[in-house]
Design a binder for this molecule. Structure first.
Ligand code: ATP
Ligand code: MG
Ligand code: MG
Ligand code: MG
Length: 451
């Protein structure tokens, strides 16, 4: 006999299959109306942008305090997927993942003078013994001190590429735009150690290549621009910018050659391309990544050395590379979504498929509900990778139309509906391919094949 929704649910609780995800149980403190969102933002004194509004409305994030958000189940799933793609890219170039403490002892930050230079952006605190710390806004000090403590580092172990994905803390003067500019946010930060300037330059282009590949895979049209080194320092720096109206950075782009730069670096009076003299055009962008060629600025302070081929101690040549992980999530939603409906990069969608069975009490209910149960089994058997990627909208007191609207707003790449045509022989499901806008009718086998 075909399983019913209820037996299907039990079935999926069996060990190893994962629980069947039902929307009625999903924690989405949610579906804020426009006026509720506005009043939340009013309370927080924030400006609004599309991704912030959509994420609040759909119950993906919830405000905690200015610049700090609760990340709710859908967002955490997208975040974990993004971290997996980042891990693949970083490990493909030899990156080793670490996890450094968020508490940064003041003496490390005094050694580089950044305890003072960072000013009020640095969140500071004291422990019970009166010892001072900051909550890490970035980790050049920590990682260089860590590597310096390895007294037996040899040239044979370089290049060394260490990275982490952790929360960063910055007392931003104007936290706003939701996850685009928080006071507490996730960053991927990589630090590289090389034997020579030449080797460090090669590592620098390797990491920039990995960043380009990451943004290509996410389908985000980033531009790499020349940038200012700011308080991090070093001699060369690039930003990965995603052009969009809510961007707080101004970019100068040359339409005739590949030159592009953040305006901050450029002479304010510069109107023509320094490379080809053509007129420059201006766009706004959101900085999603930043790379720095550091040289020995930090290794000299902490004495991060390795034994060279000749056996003499030499200072490591460093680079550091940041990606705004939570910022990328919001920026992706900002560029891909419509005013009302969230769209995700395919790789990051929290769930790939939403199944919508018929309304309770409808004439399709009996037949189509069973079909949905067996379809779900089939999908998971035929495409094991989708196990855990399928949610069932079991709020069958709502019409298919209303649940379809919600599914459209949340942006599942595929929505599979058991409506009237489920009663045909063979039964057909309505399938929305939300990233292409196509609507098609498919048999059970057709759905499985499509997925
Ligand atoms: P911005 O110019 O936007 O303030 P930044 O130049 O200060 O950013 P970096 O020190 O270069 O930031 O940090 C590396 C990356 O961390 C940035 O490219 C960005 O993607 C991300 N990031 C920085 N600040 C924030 C923030 N307040 N909220 C979310 N992500 C951030
Ligand atoms: Mg900043
Ligand atoms: Mg910047
Ligand atoms: Mg930056």
């Amino acid at each position: 006999a075909l399983p019913t929704l209820a037996t299907c649910r039990l079935h999926h609780r069996a060990p190893g299959r994962g629980k069947l995800l039902t929307l009625s149980r999903m924690f989405q403190p949610q579906r804020l109306r426009e006026d509720q969102v506005l009043s939340l933002e009013g309370r927080l004194g924030e400006l609004t942008c599309k991704s912030q509004r959509l994420m609040l409305q759909a119950g993906l994030i919830h405000p905690a305090s200015p610049g700090c958000y609760h990340l709710l189940p859908y967002t955490v799933r997208a975040l974990e997927k993004l971290v997996r793609v980042i891990d693949q890219e970083m490990q493909a170039i030899g990156g080793q993942k670490v996890n450094m403490p968020s508490l940064g002892p003041a003496e490390l930050w005094r050694a580089t003078s950044r305890w003072d230079l960072m000013g009020r952006e640095l969140l500071r605190l004291r422990d019970r013994h009166g010892k001072e710390y900051c909550l890490g806004p970035t980790h050049e000090e920590a990682v260089t001190a860590l590597v310096a403590s390895q007294k037996t580092l040899s040239y044979k172990q370089l290049p060394l590429l260490l990275y982490q994905v952790t929360r960063k803390f910055r007392d931003e003067p104007r936290p706003r735009f939701g996850l685009l500019r928080g006071r507490e946010f996730y960053m991927k930060d990589m630090y590289t150690f090389d034997v020579s300037t030449e080797a460090a330059r090669q590592t620098y282009s390797l990491v920039c290549g990995a960043y380009s590949s990451l943004f290509d895979r996410l389908g985000l049209p980033c531009v790499q621009v020349q940038a200012d080194v700011g308080s991090i320092g070093g001699t060369m720096s690039h930003e990965f910018q995603l052009p969009m109206d809510v961007g707080e950075d101004r970019l100068s782009v040359c339409p005739s050659c590949s030159f592009s730069a953040n305006r901050e670096t450029l002479d304010p009076l510069q109107t023509h391309c320094p490379a080809c003299q053509g007129p420059l055009t201006e766009t706004k962008g959101v900085e999603v990544g930043h790379t720095f060629f550091l040289g020995t600025k930090y290794s000299a302070i902490f004495n991060a050395q390795f034994a060279s081929v000749q056996g003499t101690p030499s200072l490591a040549e460093m680079g550091c590379y940041g990606l705004g992980v939570t910022r990328i999530l919001a920026a992706a939603i900002e560029v891909l979504s419509t005013e009302d409906c969230i769209r995700w990069p395919g790789l990051l969608a929290p769930y790939q498929v939403c199944l919508i069975p018929p309304k309770r009490g409808s004439k399709e209910e009996a037949a189509a509900t069973q079909l949905v149960g067996s379809l779900q089994d089939h999908i998971i058997e035929a495409v094991p990778g989708l196990c855990g990627e399928v949610v069932l909208d079991d709020r069958t007191h709502l019409t298919i139309g209303n649940r379809g609207k919600d599914a459209n707003k949340l942006g599942y790449p595929f929505v599979v509906i058991a409506g009237k045509r489920a009663l045909e022989d063979p039964p057909h499901f309505e399938v929305w391919c939300q990233n292409t806008g196509e609507v098609i009718f498919l048999t059970r086998e057709g759905v499985v094949e499509l997925l």
